[in-house]
Design a protein around this ligand. Structure first.
Ligand SMILES: [Zn+2]
Length: 139
């Protein structure tokens, strides 16, 4: 990573945590307990994600077979002007670890960071349909 990409990554992921998200918890053990809204000026026309504002709803174990993880998009951002329908605001680090993994993976995709290692300056590959750095690009 050159200086530009190091600084870009430090802005996008200070202390390894996604900066441009808002996280909500509705407090119930419902299938869609957690909602994460992707904010900031990412490219709204990204391969595989459509042309609008992204969010993801999750249960506390989104990768479990009985868990829940649903990506959504909307022409407007879903937590403005009101977010009461989503629950209360929590911090990224308050999310269960499984949910954090989903969010980081989505965030990397939206901000064009390497899917494997998270560095800035990745390129998009149709197969395996991911942003990947030089080191992790397909052979
Ligand atoms: Zn990489």
């Amino acid at each position: 990573m050159n200086k530009y990409h190091r600084e870009r990554l430090a802005r996008l992921m200070p202390n390894g945590k996604p900066r441009w998200i808002r996280v909500y918890d509705n407090g119930e053990k419902s299938y869609d307990r957690y909602t994460v809204v992707f904010t900031g000026n990412y490219d709204k026309d990204i391969p595989g994600y459509g042309k609008s504002y992204q969010y993801v709803g999750m249960s506390s174990s989104p990768s479990h077979p009985q868990g829940f993880c649903q990506h959504g998009e909307c022409p407007h951002i879903i937590d403005w002007p009101t977010y009461g329908h989503l629950g209360k605001k929590i911090r990224f680090e308050d999310l269960p670890e499984d949910c954090q993994k989903v969010v980081i993976s989505d965030y990397r995709h939206l901000w064009k960071l390497c899917d494997v290692c998270g560095v800035s300056g990745a390129k998009f590959y149709e197969s395996p349909y991911k942003w990947l750095c030089k080191e992790h690009k397909p052979q």
